[in-house]
Design a protein around this ligand. Structure first.
Ligand SMILES: Cc1cc2nc3c(=O)[nH]c(=O)nc-3n(C[C@H](O)[C@H](O)[C@H](O)COP(=O)(O)O)c2cc1C
Length: 205
């Protein structure tokens, strides 16, 4: 079966969340573009608001269990990731960074990631490029060229694509992520081999 896993990490705190709305639009664009290439997407949503208490506990104890462990495994085993955060105080949200901080160092290495952010003002759109992109580059993720920022006014703009560049940018970002994911070998699901201890570890050498 020609299937790829797409994991959607959304760090919005409001309900409803404009961050989740942007994440859903980006995911839909990616799924459509994968389908056009004969690939079925298996989408997993990681809503960080629901995991916030577990994220803090994991930071305090070093232990991730339950839903948080499943989310971490999903991220590690993803063929592609859509990662979207609200901008708080001109940077990514603390909850987003805290989730990243509990991932093991190489968790995102080589994984294609489409980044997005929402904010109250378009004046902070560059936070994607001076904060979010370097963070994911540090983790050696394959950060896609097109990132999408949506300010409050972008959702309100009436009319077609001529009035609002957001839909076209979302489509372009989805196409880029789908192309990258389609060109790569599917990843083995995280955890598949983790349960089997290596002989090196067993021998303690
Ligand atoms: C504590 C806090 C700080 C914020 N700081 C900024 C900011 O620096 N720049 C900005 O454009 N928007 C800022 N915002 C607005 C949010 O980024 C914006 O409302 C976002 O879309 C909310 O996402 P959500 O609906 O998914 O929660 C801030 C909001 C809060 C609550």
């Amino acid at each position: 079966m020609n299937e790829r896993s797409v994991v959607v990490v959304s760090a919005g705190l409001s309900q409803p969340s404009s961050t989740r709305l942007l994440a859903d639009r980006l995911t839909a664009a990616t799924v459509d573009e994968l389908a056009a290439r004969g690939i079925t997407a298996k989408v997993t949503n990681v809503e960080l608001r629901d995991l916030a208490h577990d994220v803090v506990n994991a930071m305090l104890t070093g232990y991730s269990g339950g839903a948080l462990a499943a989310a971490v495994d999903a991220v590690k085993g993803a063929d592609g990731i859509v990662a979207v955060t609200p901008i708080y105080s001109a940077s990514y949200a603390g909850l987003f960074k805290s989730f990243v901080d509990i991932l093991e160092a190489d968790s995102l290495a080589g994984i294609p990631v489409l980044i997005g952010a929402t904010g109250g003002t378009a004046r902070h759109s560059l936070a994607i490029d001076y904060a979010l992109r370097p963070l994911l580059a540090y983790l050696r993720a394959d950060v896609q060229a097109t990132a999408v920022f949506a300010a409050t006014d972008d959702w309100a703009t009436a009319g077609g694509d001529d009035d609002n560049p957001l839909p076209a940018r979302i489509r372009r970002a989805g196409r880029e992520l789908a192309e990258t994911v389609a060109d790569r070998e599917p990843s083995a699901p995280a955890g598949l081999f983790d349960a089997v201890p290596s002989f090196t570890d067993l021998l303690g050498s």
